[in-house]
Design a protein around this ligand. Structure first.
Ligand code: C2E
Ligand code: MG
Ligand code: MG
Length: 434
């Protein structure tokens, strides 16, 4: 029988995993370990230039590239630059003998280049470390592909505002000490007639650019206050409600009076409302927004500095405004257990906030390890997928009832256990019920 022609020319067939390392022994060890993990389609390349040359002949979209940072000639950082220039679309994992902050910075740099990084590991790579990287790669390949931000025109945005296409989702915040609900954050969504439910990342910037951010703020506040009044009347719930405001939208000096009147009309105490402030690039009237926020604070509306530690949320803002709460950005929180840098930033932020008499909220608590890390750091409140995803206003009372029930039964277990041990019962500290 004649040999079947190879359906894919050898030059374009993709290895699923490739290792770039100048050390032949390391390459062989990693190859063996990957083979033990069930990966035999592995190539190994001894230098960055060779890797770039080979990648140019491959379809690399489905690939995992494991690169060593310390290589003579072209080092790992230069190789990443080359990958970015050639629009490498596969996944990347970094390994290094350096470890620590150098490795963490290299990961951030790769992400800054737009490269999808699945993880990093300190050398020598072990079976467990490689398994972690490969599992993270598989999980990310199974997740929905990332897509570029949508963009909307002014007519469509005006229609959304005029025709009540905006809705709010509410995400619970709970005390790290006892797991109880402290507040909910209102997050805007656009029920778009063709695109379905659109998140704020896809349209808030467009609203700002078209001068429509004031209308959004007004609309969101009206919806949030009406919801707070409904929760109180129908479910006896009175969580603090946090609403996001961009400082760019605070340019009307009568804003505090209108807001306080709206609170009074709903018979809500001003302290029910908390404004999460983010400083915008487009802000032009800094003194006006400071005037507005200081007056609101005088009248007991609470203020939080949102996304603390990122580009526009800085120490200067902390100095200039009477914040009650500091929200540590999720880029510092998620993954903190694996990063000494993130943990140091969290610890310093919490200490500073407490010195200023402020509460701290950790955003982006995605798993139990994040929860334990921020709790150990002395943070007051947690918010994130580990506790709950944002939900409709109607769903909140049932979520609260279920959580209370779970907290009570967890406390009961501790009481029973303590009875056996002959001591008095207590609520377990920070049970991560979600
Ligand atoms: P933000 O104020 O920092 O809100 C938290 C964002 O993190 C929300 O995204 C929330 O869904 C998401 N999130 C919550 N827990 C987790 C977690 O564990 N992991 C991860 N990865 N993400 C988590 P969302 O709803 O897409 O909102 C994005 C941003 O849009 C908000 O960031 C806020 O800056 C802005 N935004 C939302 N609603 C409004 C609004 O009414 N007005 C204005 N001006 N901006 C808004
Ligand atoms: Mg916020
Ligand atoms: Mg935030």
């Amino acid at each position: 029988m004649a040999a079947q022609p190879d359906p894919v020319p050898a030059a374009t067939r993709s290895p699923r995993i490739a290792i770039v390392d100048d050390d032949a022994f390391q390459r062989e060890v990693m190859r063996q370990l990957l083979f033990n993990l069930g990966h035999d389609a592995v190539e190994d390349w001894p230098s960055g230039p060779i890797a770039l040359e080979r990648l140019a002949q491959l379809d690399s979209t489905q690939m995992l590239l494991i690169i060593d940072l310390e290589m003579p000639g072209m080092d790992g950082v230069e190789l990443m630059r080359g990958l970015a220039r050639r629009r490498y679309a596969g996944a990347l994992a970094l390994v290094s003998v350096a470890g620590g902050r150098v490795l963490e910075s290299a990961v951030r740099l790769a992400r800054e280049h737009g490269i999808h990084v699945v993880g990093h590991a300190r050398k020598p790579a072990s079976l467990a470390l490689l398994r972690g990287l490969v599992d993270a790669w598989r999980a990310s390949a199974a997740a929905a592909p990332r897509r570029p931000r949508r963009s909307y025109g002014v007519a469509e945005l005006r229609r959304a505002l005029a025709q009540d296409e905006l809705t709010l989702a509410y995400q619970p915040q709970v005390a790290l000490a006892d797991g109880r609900l402290t507040a909910v954050e209102a997050l805007v969504r656009w029920q778009h007639p063709f695109d379905g439910l659109v998140g704020p990342a896809d349209f808030v910037e467009d609203l700002e650019a078209h001068g429509l951010i004031d209308e959004l703020t007004d609309r969101v506040l009206a919806l949030a206050l009406a919801q707070a009044a409904r929760w109180r009347a129908e479910a006896g719930l009175a969580p603090r409600v946090a609403v996001n405001v961009s400082m760019a939208s605070l340019d009307r000096l009568d804003f505090p009076d209108r807001l306080l009147a709206a609170l009074a009309a709903h018979r809500l105490a001003p302290a029910t409302l908390l404004l999460e402030v983010t400083e915008s690039r487009l802000m032009s009237h800094r003194s006006t927004s400071m005037d507005i926020l200081t007056r609101l604070r005088l009248h007991h509306v609470e203020l939080a500095i949102d996304d603390f530690g990122t580009g526009h949320s800085s120490l200067a803002q902390l100095r200039d405004l009477p914040f009650d709460e500091l929200k540590i950005d999720r880029s510092f929180v998620h993954g903190a257990p694996l990063s000494t840098t993130q943990r140091a930033i969290i610890a310093a932020s919490i200490e500073m906030a407490h010195l200023l008499g402020m509460r701290t909220v950790a955003e982006g608590v995605e798993d139990e390890a994040d929860w334990q890390a921020v709790r150990a750091a002395g943070c007051d409140v947690a918010q994130g997928y580990f506790i709950a995803r944002p939900m409709s206003g109607d769903a909140l009372p049932a979520w609260c009832a279920e959580r209370e029930r779970a907290l009570r039964s967890a406390a009961q277990i501790v009481i029973d256990f303590d009875d056996l041990a002959g001591s008095s019962g207590s609520v377990p500290q920070g049970i991560p019920i979600h």
